[in-house]
Design a protein around this ligand. Structure first.
Ligand SMILES: Cc1ncc(C[n+]2csc(CCOP(=O)(O)OP(=O)(O)O)c2C)c(N)n1
Length: 367
């Protein structure tokens, strides 16, 4: 295993001291170390991974230095366009060091949403013409080689990071003043719904907690579409559903997910559907992957939603306020719930497959 701080220090000693990206579960120790040791100008947590590539391009052009872009391999898809039409050697030819967490590595057990992405991670990099190395204990040598490659070719290069590569780095999650947990809010939301209401929930622990709450309540899972992958697209899935049903569709989003593809909500609000119910759980963090901050508490999400066309946005910090808001919520109104960070240590994962989930959901929705 690699000592996380020593890895970080080595990068910085090579003048690779600008970090930009979206946090990842496999990189959570590295992300925590970067956050603790870099100031705000040297660690930009971006809305999505494509933005990170573009920022690294701009950074290089003004500094002649190389940005370090961190991400989970799930985010590779978000990077394809800026890597191929901006950084690529046949376009602007801009170097940067990509550090990619390898979920779903072939031969290792992982969740369904990571399996194909894991299998295609190296082929995808090869197809895009991006050189890579799998990060090993001789990381100093590897970083030296990457540096030399960037100097010689002006091209991006990647370090692919296997599970359990980095040693534990003490993660200090930001504290906020809210008292509700995400799971308590979800419990309250679910209790407000009836058997004819449907949920589309976001990537990460939100969907895992909904699954377990339904188990606990013996309610089955056919009212819930658990978006295990495809972070940031939950609201659009819910909107697509609304186009062909009169049933209430409750989209339960996270602040990181909302911010990742914020533009989606503008299109949804401009094509209003009476049955689209938007609930955003804002904990100001990418809690599911280690608690790295989002800008969720710094921006006025309620004002953004109103500006794009939502008629009213309720805010709740207690179970009582959630119930009141859900009783009142009308067509094209939204609810933001503010919660603290944290989840149960023994939180499980859905035991049904995504295809089983989809089939049961479709059957019930179209009954
Ligand atoms: C495109 C993409 N990038 C990164 C990830 C890794 N990831 C999974 S959940 C998550 C955090 C989601 O944050 P938020 O929506 O605020 O929900 P929270 O975890 O705080 O409940 C991240 C970054 C991913 N699954 N997909």
């Amino acid at each position: 295993m690699i000592n996380t701080k020593q890895f970080y220090d080595y990068l910085v000693s090579k003048n690779l001291d600008f970090f930009v990206g979206v946090p990842d579960s496999l990189l959570k120790n590295l992300c925590a170390c970067i956050k603790e040791n870099s100031d705000a100008k040297h660690n930009i947590i971006t809305a999505n991974e494509g933005n990170a590539i573009a920022i690294a391009c701009g950074y290089h052009m003004s500094s002649n230095k190389y940005g370090v872009v961190y991400m989970q391999n799930s985010g590779l898809g978000n990077t394809v366009n800026p890597l191929l039409s901006l950084a690529d050697e046949e376009v602007y030819n801009i170097p940067m060091l990509l550090v990619i967490g390898w979920r779903g590595e072939p031969g290792k057990k992982d969740e369904p949403q990571h399996v194909k992405q894991g299998k295609l991670t190296l082929p995808l990099l090869e197809t895009m013409g991006i050189e890579y190395m799998i990060l090993e204990d001789n990381y100093q040598e590897q970083i030296d080689k990457c540096y030399q490659y960037m100097q010689e070719t002006n091209k991006p290069i990647a370090l692919v990071v296997r599970k359990d590569t980095f040693e534990e780095y003490n993660i200090t999650k930001d504290k906020n003043d809210f008292t509700l947990t995400r799971e308590q809010s979800l419990d309250t939301i679910i209790k407000q719904l009836n058997d004819d209401d449907f949920i589309v929930s976001t990537t990460g622990k939100t969907s895992r907690e909904i699954f377990e709450l339904r188990e606990k309540n013996n309610q089955g899972h056919s009212n819930d579409f658990l978006t295990v992958g495809s972070m940031g697209h939950t609201a659009s899935i819910a909107f697509g559903l609304c186009l062909n049903t009169n049933k209430n569709i409750y989209c339960i989003d996270g602040d990181g997910s909302f911010i990742m593809h914020m533009g989606g909500l503008a299109i949804i609000a401009q094509n209003p559907c009476d049955n689209f119910k938007y609930i955003l759980i804002n904990n100001g963090a990418h809690e599911s992957v280690g608690g790295q901050p989002t800008v969720g508490f710094n921006i006025k999400i309620d004002e953004i939603l109103k500006a794009v066309g939502f008629k009213k946005v309720y805010k709740a910090t207690t179970e009582e306020e959630i119930k009141e808001a859900m009783d009142k919520m009308n067509s094209m109104e939204a609810l933001i719930i503010y919660t603290k960070q944290g989840s149960r240590k023994d939180l499980g994962r859905p035991t049904t497959t995504p295809i089983e989930n989809k089939k049961a959901f479709m059957k019930k929705l179209t009954k």
